[in-house]
Design a protein around this ligand. Structure first.
Ligand code: SF4
Length: 537
């Protein structure tokens, strides 16, 4: 069925094949290239007599910050699975016609995605759909596997009906070849083979399931919508947005299944040692989300208190946040330091992702496309600028320059995390090690690089005091290099080559291209790697 404007073609004729459109990737130049980027948000809902496709739409809308490149929803009416996915923001991918075609159904799985090297293409949008022993299976994944090559080897020569080329498709294919009809039995067979970070929401025609890896790296929560109706979401904020009540987090290694018999909880894998991503607290998660029973907003505000104690800025006139992620921390810094809080930068909230290519002159403006200084608040003042992290350093430098040009007499940069010195392999696109400014420079060197008057990073101890939990519950590998799940050498090398950027780029693409059967895909990867290395800060 074609939508009236002809942009969408819905999969009525072929329910196994979700539509996937719009071949152009969003232009990363229009995003904040400094910030680490989350890889995905997942959402699931089970409810008889509910418009589950529409609920999934609003759930994904609440998770949009976790990925802005593609979005998709798969639904089931108890007999078959179908859906729609395409490149773009949730509101660009779905309209009333498409949502109408996702009904009637009583199970839905949704996904919003940010991708890395070479994979921002329509066929890698999720949910992934493949055949399984219990009928078609739809899967949405947040995280990154680190043993992708092993899984590829195990599946070599077998039929691939996923039409996708990423680690999520490998999980779907592993589940699809299981003979077990109960989803928890298929997961019990497959999970021991998966190494890395995975929070999954998946469904067959009759069952919805939520799964978390044994370390619990990426968040995943369960909510109630009412009698026999349940919601799963990457973040608890998405449960509240659809009118649900937060129940609890899915435990590491646990599978939670919902069907017409109700909710079943099974601890499939023993909890390894918990390693929830501490960056969820610092930057990724929405402020109204809860993780480990802590509200993210409160934790960030306390990070500001700790930061003010560890790195005071005596004599400063105003504390300003980088909007929006550092607002709570800047408020906390202002409270603890008794320096007035103010807005010094205005954010263009709608710049996030666009398919319109900016002209070169606009690219050169860089951070100005996203932030504008409030001259009246800044001119003649000594400013404390609070941000959550410095990854490459270039964007931070541009903002410091912008504040100085707007009349700031001093710019004291305060960061609510320790220096990011190591890359992430568990689902965050945070740059290779060679691009991490803190891997190459001392704190004083970074201060000079960004042109700040002074620079202070919150210690890991300060982050933990702010969260109020012991550090053994968290992955903090991008700060201390202690990876909770071992990283295979080939995967590690792809991001750790400080001296050989070209080899690193080629190696990244080898890994991605190895998952593909076509040369064109490999060359797309080359182009993407080259443009990222050249274009990003
Ligand atoms: S390496 Fe850093 S960003 Fe990645 S999961 Fe660990 S704490 Fe999170």
């Amino acid at each position: 069925m074609a939508a009236p404007d002809g942009r969408h073609s819905f999969c009525a004729e072929c329910p196994r094949r979700m539509t996937a459109e719009r071949a152009t990737s969003p232009d990363p130049q229009t995003t904040t290239s400094e910030a680490p980027r989350e890889k995905c948000g997942v959402f699931g809902v089970y409810g008889r007599d509910e418009d589950v496709g529409r609920i999934a739409f609003f759930g994904l809308f609440a998770l949009q910050h976790r990925g802005q490149e593609s979005a998709g929803i798969a639904v089931s009416n108890g007999e078959r699975v179908w859906g729609h996915k395409a490149m773009g923001l949730v509101t660009q991918v779905f309209d009333e016609d498409i949502l109408g075609s996702l009904s009637p159904a009583h199970i839905a799985v949704g996904h919003t995605r940010y991708s890395t090297c070479g994979s921002s293409v329509p066929h890698n949008a999720q949910p992934i759909i493949c055949a399984s022993a219990s009928g078609d299976l739809a899967l949405a994944h947040n995280g990154n596997l680190v043993n992708m090559r092993d899984l590829q080897a195990q599946l070599a020569g077998e039929t691939d009906d996923t039409n996708a080329t990423n680690d999520s498709a490998l999980i779907a294919r592993m589940l699809g070849r299981s003979k077990h009809r109960r989803i928890e039995d298929a997961l019990a067979e497959v999970m021991p083979h998966l190494q890395g970070a995975y929070s999954l929401v998946l469904m067959t025609p009759t069952q919805l399931a939520a799964v978390r890896d044994p370390y619990g790296i990426r968040p995943l929560s369960i909510g109630h919508l009412g009698e026999g109706r349940y919601v799963f979401a990457s973040e608890s904020c998405a449960i509240s947005v659809v009118g649900g009540h937060f129940h609890r987090e899915v435990e590491p290694g646990e599978v939670v299944v919902v069907d017409d018999d109700g909710l079943r909880e099974t601890q499939i894998m023993p909890v390894a040692s918990r390693a929830t991503c501490v960056f969820e607290f610092i930057y990724f998660a929405r402020p109204d989300t809860q993780i480990y029973s802590r509200t993210i907003y409160d934790a960030r505000r306390r990070m500001g208190h700790e930061l003010a104690r560890e790195h005071p800025a005596p004599g400063a006139h105003i504390v300003i946040p980088i909007p929006d992620s550092a607002v709570a921390a800047a408020l906390g810094y202002a409270e603890a330091s008794r320096i007035p809080f103010g807005e010094g930068l205005v954010k263009n909230r709608y710049i996030q992702r666009t398919f319109i290519q900016p002209v070169q002159r606009m690219r050169d403006l860089g951070a100005r496309m996203k932030f504008s200084p409030l001259r009246e608040a800044i001119a003649g003042h000594k400013v404390v600028m609070v941000d959550d992290s410095i990854v490459r350093g270039t964007t931070t430098g541009k903002i410091v320059r912008m504040l100085r040009e707007a009349g700031a007499t001093e710019v004291h940069v305060r960061i609510t995390s320790p220096p990011v010195r190591y890359p992430c392999y568990y689902g965050i696109d945070m740059a290779d090690q060679k691009d991490l400014v803190a891997a190459r420079k001392t704190v004083d060197g970074i201060r000079d690089h960004i042109g700040a008057t002074s620079l202070g990073y919150l210690s890991l101890g300060g982050v933990m005091r702010a969260i109020g939990l012991p550090k053994k519950l968290f992955c903090r590998a991008c700060f201390d290099g202690q990876y909770p799940i071992p990283i295979p050498t080939d995967v590690r090398l792809s991001k750790m080559m400080l001296e050989e950027p070209n080899v690193a780029a080629a190696s990244r693409c080898d890994v991605a291209a190895a998952s593909r059967s076509d040369v064109a895909a490999a060359s797309r990867c080359d182009v993407a790697a080259a443009s990222r290395c050249d274009g990003e800060s």
